[in-house]
Design a protein around this ligand. Structure first.
Ligand code: PEP
Ligand code: CO
Length: 444
């Protein structure tokens, strides 16, 4: 079947809102089709070539950010703090492993959520589930839960200003490696992870000073600026289609809503609309892989999403749960290796380890997260493939959403700062702790 930006409409699409007003939806789609692209095709190609290096075992992918971005509390500080912790993690990984960490945020577009149930019933009232701010709102009322197309425009606008700030931070001095010591936050610096980070940061500063003293200039753009890319789950296909543009240089279609898009665990049906849409755009694409996937299915995904076997085009994001991954992953790695498909393998140690605490909070334990990462590394060692990266839900702030970590978050702490819109995120300290442990696994 030939692909067009709208050919997904001929296929069943899972996890879609039932939009009550389709005339309004079409009006919004038209408007979105004429707005400026958020990213350029050339940038998506650049990310794909970096990911190609990951596929070859010469770089590591750090993909991280919110489970769901919010329209509320949208401000510069929250964006800066998230960027800061990602930059810190990347420095830790790069310094210890000796390979570059490719930084991709779950940011500037991560507004739509698949749910385990399409509706929610409270006291006999049934309403649509909350599907992320791109679709509806969280409070349990008919007005808030009604899918509103106008939200697609708001998501676009918020993505544009988020991206604008990210570009300013990464190119305008904030991300300069000479400032590596200043990235540590106050609440982090007093902790063990924070002190460990400061030691590493001062080593880097000394290395830069040594280079200057030895007459080797440290004023390369690589040192003054950071490369940072954006990504989100391509869930609401009207939005993704409307932001798809024909690249004049190559004559190919790119989804210009983000550099990288991924397919979620609940929407990866081989004959479904999401696989159909993403097989045709030329961005690098990801696909979540849960515990039930079979080797044959993986190979079909490879054929559909990357028939030309371009390294960096396809990333598999495994999310199986700490208990399951050790069993399930190796046969998949073998199958893809035997078929000679150049994929990036990355580990999402979050989504397979979620449970509800006694206090009723959806949470994850840091030890389970680490256990899944460790099992991921040993599966790759066993098969002889490259553990290409990690995919993490985090925030730079001092939230208490995940249990454990260096300065343990206890079950009784969960209520103190539980702010996520959807899934629980690692806080700044837990994120650094994770980065140090991953760096150790990488042999640093
Ligand atoms: C997510 O990444 O927030 C998510 C919903 O993941 P998955 O599709 O793996 O369940
Ligand atoms: Co999530």
């Amino acid at each position: 079947m030939t692909w067009t930006p709208e050919s997904w409409r001929q296929k069943p699409a899972a996890q879609q809102p039932s939009w009550p007003d389709t005339t309004e939806l079409e009006r919004v789609e038209k408007e979105l089709a004429s707005v400026p692209p958020l990213v350029f095709a050339g940038e998506a190609r650049e990310l794909q070539s970096y990911l190609g290096r990951v596929a070859e075992g010469k770089a590591f992918l750090l993909q991280a950010g919110d489970c769901a971005e919010s329209f509320d509390g949208f401000n510069a500080v929250a964006i800066r703090e998230k960027l800061r912790v990602i930059l810190q993690m990347a420095v830790i990984l790069t310094y210890s492993s000796g390979v570059p960490a490719i930084k991709v945020g779950r940011i500037a577009g991560q507004f739509a959520k698949p749910r385990s149930r399409p509706t929610e019933t409270i006291d006999g009232t049934e309403l649509p589930s909350f599907l992320g701010h791109m679709v509806n709102d969280m409070p349990f009322s008919e007005t808030d839960r009604r899918p509103a197309p106008e939200r697609l425009l708001r998501a676009y606008n918020q993505s544009a200003s988020t991206l604008n700030l990210l570009r300013a931070f990464t190119k305008g001095g904030f991300a300069d490696l000479h400032r590596v010591q200043a990235w540590n936050q106050e609440f982090v610096s007093s902790s063990n992870e924070g002190r460990r980070y400061m030691n590493l940061a001062s080593e880097i500063t000394r290395a830069l000073q040594f280079m200057e003293a030895a007459g080797i200039s440290s004023s390369h753009p690589e040192i003054h600026e950071a490369e940072f890319f954006t990504s989100h789950e391509a869930l609401i296909l009207q939005y993704e289609e409307a932001l798809t543009r024909l690249d004049s240089l190559t004559g190919e279609f790119y989804d210009c809503s983000a550099h990288m898009l991924w397919i979620g665990e609940r929407t990866r049906q081989l004959d479904g609309a999401h696989v159909e849409f993403l097989r045709g755009v030329k961005n690098p694409v990801g696909c979540k892989i849960g515990p039930t996937v079979e080797p044959g299915e993986i190979l079909q995904l490879c054929e559909l999403l990357n028939p030309e076997r371009i390294p960096g085009r396809l990333t598999f994001i495994t999310r199986m749960g700490a208990q399951t991954l050790g069993q399930n992953l190796p046969p998949l790695l073998e199958a893809v290796k035997d078929a000679d498909h150049p994929v990036v393998w990355t580990c999402d140690p979050m989504h397979g380890n979620t449970f509800t605490s006694e206090s009723g909070h959806k949470t994850r334990h840091f030890d389970d997260v680490m256990a899944e990462v460790k099992a991921f590394f040993s599966a790759h060692r066993q098969v002889g493939t490259w553990p290409g990266g990690i995919h993490i839900e985090l925030t730079g702030e001092d939230v208490t959403e995940c249990l454990g970590g260096g300065e343990e978050v206890q079950p009784k702490d969960l209520g103190r700062r539980y702010e996520t819109m959807c899934d629980p995120r690692l806080n700044g300290r837990q994120s650094l702790d994770l980065a140090f442990q991953v760096a150790e696994l990488m042999g640093g």
